[in-house]
Design a protein around this ligand. Structure first.
Ligand code: COA
Length: 198
């Protein structure tokens, strides 16, 4: 570039930051829109969906709207990147996923996902969405480590994280009080040099 050569954009890798990197075989990650709120409310006000999330009470449209505004502010500050997960062909809302608490010094972030449209559970779509999100984290944000916590009885999510390459690194005992008893939380993480796209 400094020698006066023009950059040939066709030589660039579209899987690092271009539109292609947000598309899998069946799902895509896109920006969260206000229009997603009715679907979000429908899903998050279902206990079966909310039970594995850190959401205690049902939520209102106003709260969801404020949450989206807050996350937009955090995206601009570079600390939280949230996406809507959409079914590629039918453009159907499936849920949301994101990387929050981005730490630019230690190059780490926390992963969160709610494939909240439960009709689509168990079809491999959550795994696909997390692959896209992890690739975004490592290739675009240039993170070194992505971590998360998962409830001890959320076996489906644990399986998905293990398939992707996350390692269980600890157990936070009796951290969650739900349904009249305490549950442990597992900590899991994945380092950039451990991640291999399947
Ligand atoms: C967790 C979640 C992201 C998984 O997405 P998904 O599309 O349903 O999962 P996938 O179909 O990609 O994979 C599910 C895997 O778990 C396995 N599984 C399902 N139920 C299981 C159980 N009870 N015990 C062990 N494994 C189980 C499936 O067999 C599959 O593994 P396989 O591919 O080896 O067969 C999604 O279900 C979800 O968002 N749930 C609600 C919110 C939530 O739990 N979020 C995570 C918080 S940490």
């Amino acid at each position: 570039m400094f020698s006066g050569e023009e950059v040939n954009h066709f030589d660039c890798d579209d899987t690092i930051g271009g539109d292609e990197m947000y598309k899998g075989k069946r799902v895509t990650l896109r920006a969260v829109e206000q229009d997603d709120i009715p679907e979000m409310l429908h899903h998050f006000n279902d206990w079966e969906v909310r039970r594995f999330l850190h959401m205690i009470t049902p939520v209102s449209a106003e709260e969801e709207e404020k949450w989206i505004q807050e996350i937009t502010r955090q995206r601009k500050a570079g600390t939280h990147f949230l996406f809507t997960i959409e079914l590629l062909k039918l453009k159907r809302f499936l849920g949301v996923c994101g990387l929050n608490s981005v730490d630019w010094i230690h190059r780490s972030a926390e992963l969160g996902i709610a494939l909240s449209n439960k009709k689509y559970w168990g079809k491999g779509l959550g795994t696909e969405a997390i692959h896209l999100l992890v690739q975004f984290g490592f290739n675009v944000l240039n993170l070194h480590r992505i971590y998360l916590t998962v409830f001890e009885d959320n076996f489906r999510a644990q399986r998905v994280y293990e398939k992707i390459g996350f390692t269980k690194t600890g157990r936070q005992r009796e951290t969650i009080r739900r349904l009249g008893r305490y549950f442990d939380l597992f900590s899991m993480d994945l380092l950039a040099n451990e991640y291999k796209k399947s």
